[in-house]
Design a protein around this ligand. Structure first.
Ligand SMILES: Cc1cc2nc3c(=O)[nH]c(=O)nc-3n(C[C@H](O)[C@H](O)[C@H](O)COP(=O)(O)O)c2cc1C
Length: 191
């Protein structure tokens, strides 16, 4: 049974659920985020879904159903001053799929999207953070990508890139259905 307490995550059988912020940017695996929400819920997480504005645009027709599935509004924009935050505090956050743009913005501290703003601040708040990029081998060859991964790892973020995480495909050969969401959710359990 689920009970809702003001300002708290839902209770399953009297135990408060751990809260996972699932944050997605605009790479094709984000189109399957609904089933990832369900997987995380099945692992005992209360899930709050955040999207970059571009990812929210791609999922425009599904945003209502995703809000219903999580029980919380889907966030894709910064709040206005005075707006009340309707999400419970995060116990962990998973930023996936992380585009080249979002990953570099995060590492550089360029917080023009809500997702990157949250993730940047979460480092300083000590919230456990996992990210799994979705970048092809051409993006990987850009000199900033290595620097961004190094900066984020140095800040304590678990970056699942390469063997054991997301292995970049060649441009045009992406397989969104093979994006290893389970690896990312397993890592969230570990952090
Ligand atoms: C069909 C399609 C597929 C894309 N796939 C990727 C991808 O796998 N990785 C990536 O970094 N960008 C990809 N992009 C480009 C991003 O969507 C684009 O850079 C966008 O500005 C990212 O915004 P965001 O990081 O704020 O979500 C794709 C774009 C389109 C239209």
């Amino acid at each position: 049974m689920k009970l809702l307490l003001p300002g708290c995550a839902l209770l399953h059988g009297g135990m408060p659920n751990r809260v996972l912020y699932l944050l997605g940017s605009a790479a094709p695996p984000v189109l399957g985020v609904g089933s990832v929400v369900e997987s995380a819920q099945g692992r005992g997480w209360e899930v709050c879904l955040g999207l970059t504005p571009t990812a929210a645009d791609w999922l425009e027709d599904d945003l209502g159903a995703l809000a219903e599935l999580t029980g919380y509004p889907v966030k894709s924009r910064h709040r206005r001053p005075g707006d009340v935050d309707q999400w419970p505090p995060a116990d962990a956050a998973l930023l996936a799929p992380a585009t080249f743009n979002t990953l570099n913005s995060w590492a550089l501290g360029l917080t023009s999207t809500w997702v990157v703003g949250f993730a940047a601040e979460a480092i300083g708040k000590g919230i456990p953070l996992v990210t799994m990029p979705c970048v092809n081998s051409a993006f990987l060859a850009h000199p900033q990508l290595d620097r961004s991964v190094e900066v984020l790892r140095g800040a304590g973020v678990r970056v699942l890139l390469g063997e054991g995480g997301f292995v970049p495909n060649r441009p045009g050969e992406g397989r969104p259905n093979a994006y290893p969401w389970d690896v990312a959710l397993d890592e969230v359990e570990r952090v």
